[in-house]
Design a protein. Structure first.
Length: 78
């Protein structure tokens, strides 16, 4: 692990102390969990956004053959 220094508001620090006492977990552990949660949330959001951007990207292409016709032709060959 890498040691890092952060700045918290007084309210954040006080809330973190209370949660730490109630859960029996260290403040560092709680902060790491919050950072992991944020990273996961943003990564998932970015992944979903990229998927949405890519959806239908080929729909207006006219230089590609009709895939339905290709599939029908392939199915008839069996």
């Amino acid at each position: 692990m890498i040691r890092s220094q952060i700045y918290l508001t007084e309210d954040e620090r006080d809330s973190l102390k209370i949660i730490s006492k109630e859960t029996g977990r260290t403040q560092s552990d709680l902060i790491r969990e919050a950072v992991d949660s944020l990273i996961s949330q943003i990564t998932k959001k970015n992944s979903n956004e990229k998927r949405q951007e890519a959806f239908g990207i080929w729909k207006d292409r006219e230089d590609y053959p009709d895939t339905r016709a290709l599939r029908n032709e392939f199915d008839r060959s069996f």
